[in-house]
Design a protein around this ligand. Structure first.
Ligand SMILES: [Fe+2]
Length: 435
């Protein structure tokens, strides 16, 4: 089946970290070996390694591709300028202040996924395989004869507005708000809009690839289930048309023009694959007696670091759920955290904010910077009748890293920086009286 065929709807295989096999045309996948002398259909064999050859088996990720043409070709890349995309050195702008941004507008001019990227903040160093960057993607146009590839890092899409398709080398993924999608580093893709405008959060992870968290005493089940992760089936396009390939490499964009589409993988087998996940399938675990559990129970995916217990970056959600804790201050409590938190909102209202934190907006609370409920939320929470309550209209997300997120210089100057943010914590009265 070819990419874009009307008869083709996106179809998937289920599982996280599984070793999959898929062929878009019958008998094009070698059955007994990886590198036959001559591949059926005249295809070219190529291995894509997402882990070092000698990685422990449990961590090894690689995929064998059977392509219409080899990726190697007689073309060279030239650097291109990009207004919004930033990388190292993330200018050291972090101050011990909390920040919040209102949603970024979607440009009026024709803008595809690559053009619309804007970097919020980043940390670490991609050449140390440590750190991450958080971007916003915005688009009102599909990528036409243009393909993107991030050689620096894997990409985690968190849509907030609009549905779209991601045509990857390994197949097609349809994505909409309430779902997430991960594209591993080095895999080419093109984005085609289903809705007229799209926007969302994009995590670029330089560290160890994202994986499911350990469950500890929670047991064998709970949080995100392995079988709910969906990997696309092989699909290809055989287009002899000039196609721009834009590559992110060492924090800069580069481009070249190919005489054909590089999305020409007819069959493949491996475990280095893109995947999607429906966040509404996340099984929420929480206290059914009193007090809060720590928000680690909301972790969907985690990228570890060399320090046990200090993740490179966690992807965390605050989804719809019942709130039942008795004799408890139910919204998120005041806290100071050694970890660094970038939050976003997919829809609805976040439980510790009465206003100002909007879908598509962002907040940043770095290392030990105090934050918590706003005054209005606090006053409601200490006097509310603690009956079981369903929080239906909410899906907040968080990228939480052990490294401080440095906002870009531009993000401290944009018009949607909310200069009134700190005032939400004005007006708390000290009522305690000495004897
Ligand atoms: Fe927090």
């Amino acid at each position: 089946m070819r990419i874009g065929d009307n008869k083709s709807i996106s179809s998937y295989m289920s599982g996280f970290g599984n070793y999959f096999s898929s062929e878009a045309e019958k008998n094009t996948l070698p059955k007994d070996q990886n590198t036959p002398q001559k591949v059926s259909g005249g295809l070219f064999t190529e291995q894509l390694n997402g882990a070092a050859f000698t990685s422990p088996r449990v961590d090894n990720r690689h995929t064998w591709l059977y392509k219409i043409r080899p990726s190697a070709g007689n073309y060279s890349f030239k650097g291109v300028q990009h207004v919004g995309l930033k990388g190292r050195p993330f200018i050291v702008n972090a101050s011990p202040n909390a920040f919040r941004w209102l949603p970024f507008d979607i440009p009026k001019a024709k803008t595809d996924f690559v053009d619309g990227l804007i970097t919020v903040a980043g940390n670490g160093d991609l050449n140390s395989l440590r750190g991450s960057a958080v971007h916003i993607y915005r688009a009102n146009a599909s990528m036409e004869n243009r393909v993107f590839c991030d050689n620096d890092a894997e990409l985690l899409f968190v849509p907030e507005l609009g549905a779209f398709k991601i045509f990857t080398e390994l197949g097609e993924i349809e994505l909409k708000p309430k779902e997430i999608c991960l594209i591993p580093a080095g895999i080419k893709f093109r984005i085609e809009l289903i809705d007229t405008e799209i926007r969302g959060y994009l995590l670029e992870n330089y560290g160890p690839y994202l994986r499911l968290p350990e469950l500890g005493p929670i047991g064998a089940n709970g949080l995100a289930a392995i079988r709910h992760f969906l990997c696309p089936m092989a699909k290809y396009e055989n287009k002899q048309i000039e196609t721009e390939l834009v590559v992110k490499f060492q924090d800069k964009l580069w481009h070249t023009v190919l005489p054909h589409s590089p999305l020409d993988v007819v069959s493949w087998h491996g475990n280095y694959v893109p995947y999607k996940y429906d966040l509404s399938l996340f099984q929420v675990v929480n206290s059914v007696s009193f007090d809060h559990q720590d928000p680690s129970i909301f972790t969907v995916l985690t990228s570890p670091s060399e320090f046990i217990g200090l993740p490179n970056v966690d992807f965390v959600i605050f989804p719809p759920r019942w709130s039942v804790a008795e004799k408890t201050f139910r919204p998120p409590y005041f806290h100071r955290n050694c970890m660094n938190e970038i939050m976003g909102l997919v829809y609805g209202q976040y439980e510790s904010r009465t206003e100002g934190f909007l879908p598509g907006g962002i907040s940043l609370h770095n290392r030990f910077i105090a934050h918590g409920p706003d005054l209005e939320t606090y006053e409601k929470a200490i006097s509310q009748n603690l009956v079981p309550t369903k929080m239906d209209d909410t899906l907040a997300i968080m990228f939480e890293s052990s490294l401080v997120y440095q906002p870009t210089k531009e993000m401290l100057e944009v018009s949607n920086l909310d200069k009134t943010y700190l005032s939400i914590w004005q007006g708390f009265k000290a009522e305690f009286k000495d004897e």
